[in-house]
Design a protein around this ligand. Structure first.
Ligand code: GLA
Length: 380
């Protein structure tokens, strides 16, 4: 089996953040068109994923899951074929317990049967949730069961575990065959939620890499307070906050799964989600862990530094405080030999501009919740 499909964090779109249970085949077809016509597929966003609420409340007489007849009157396979015909991949949602979080049939004791059905339909990605688990079963065993089931289909299916960072998931999730794992509770469309998710991720900076990525949850960039989802929808973020959110997900090698309505996305959000320099950091084939530096002036201002496979390093500087803050980092602390007299070329990933060569250090002043991201290369 070719496992290179999990060599970099998956990129795509998911229905949950915006649509909740309010989507149908027309929505999915329109989103597929928008992914291609809007240039998202060209940037690497290839998985179109339908989240919870896609099925009927009971299995059929054979015990198979039944797609909602109301949402998919022409059958789900026709929608999946359409998604594939656009050059996209199709993702679906299930749960390791007896019911999904929204109360539809879960996969417990049906793992092999469901995996076989998904493979037959042409599913390429499974988000596997954590609700309604039988009390006697451990999480690692439940996730391992679906891992074996997926690996024994005749299809490469990306296995996205959604275990909310519970039960020390980072310790055992790789052994289940999962290709990514959610490391915290659900994101909401506001800065507090983004900040909380990042704080949890920073506790486990060394985790998540090629083959099994640490999933910080779907992106809220571009939602701007607009959602049918009472759990995810919120007041929205400022442009600076969305910028920091996307930069952090990129640096920390999280899956980049868009959650806004890309059929009606504003130009600034689209440009951010399609920033090729940030995406290149996210997709770097070595997926090395970041290390963190703090700024003397404020504990809430910090840099994340990530070595990249071409010898450069990505440096993001973030101001999580509520005051504008100046921050200076010596190249010495970043691990660059610039202190020994070498210059460092600085490429600004947010503006796409070369900012020339610096020596010794660089400083920046950041507005509250804003960031800068550079790609630095020592000159030999
Ligand atoms: C959980 C997950 C969410 C979403 C919902 C669907 O809360 O963490 O991402 O899939 O279930 O019910």
């Amino acid at each position: 089996m070719d496992n290179t499909f999990a060599a970099a964090p998956p990129m795509g779109w998911n229905s949950w953040n915006t649509f909740f249970d309010k989507y149908d085949e027309d929505t999915i077809i329109q989103v597929a068109d928008a992914m291609v016509d809007g240039g998202f597929l060209d940037c690497g966003y290839r998985y179109l994923i339908i989240d919870d609420c896609w099925m009927e409340k009971t299995r059929n007489a054979n015990g198979d899951l039944v797609p909602s007849r109301e949402k998919f009157p022409h059958g789900i396979e026709q929608v999946i074929d359409y998604v594939h015909s656009k050059g996209l991949k199709f993702g679906i949602y299930e749960c390791c317990g007896v019911r999904t979080c929204a109360g539809y049939p879960g996969s417990f004791e049906h793992e092999l049967q469901d995996a076989r059905l998904f493979a037959k339909w042409g599913v390429d990605y499974l988000k596997y949730d954590n609700c309604f688990k039988p009390a006697a079963q451990t999480s690692d065993m439940l996730y391992r069961r679906m891992g074996y089931a997926l690996r024994n289909t005749d299809r490469d299916i990306f296995y996205a575990a959604c275990q909310w960072g519970k039960d020390n998931v980072e310790k055992w999730i790789r052994s289940t065959g999962a290709n990514s794992y959610r490391m915290a509770i659900d994101i909401r469309d506001n800065w507090n939620s983004v900040r909380y998710t990042v704080s949890k991720r920073l506790e486990h900076l060394e985790d998540g890499s090629r083959g099994c990525f640490s999933d910080m949850d779907m992106l809220v960039v571009g939602m701007k307070g607009s959602s049918y989802n009472p759990e995810t929808g919120a007041e929205g973020c400022s442009d600076a906050e969305y910028r920091s959110h996307f930069a952090l997900w990129s640096l920390l090698a999280s899956p980049l799964i868009i959650g806004c309505d890309i059929r009606n996305i504003d130009e600034r959000s689209k440009a951010l989600l399609q920033n090729r320099h940030l995406i290149a950091i996210n997709q770097d084939p070595e997926s090395r862990a970041c290390f963190k530096l703090t700024c003397d002036e404020s504990p809430s201002t910090f840099a994340l530094v990530r070595p990249l496979s071409d010898g450069s390093c990505a440096v993001g500087v973030f101001n999580f405080g509520d005051e504008a803050m100046k921050c200076v980092f010596a190249f010495w602390d970043i691990g660059l030999s610039a202190a020994a007299g070498h210059g460092v070329s600085m490429f600004n990933c947010l503006t796409g501009e070369d900012e020339g060569i610096r020596a010794e250090c660089f400083g920046t002043k950041l507005d509250p919740h804003d960031c800068v991201v550079y790609r630095l290369k020592p000159l030999m």
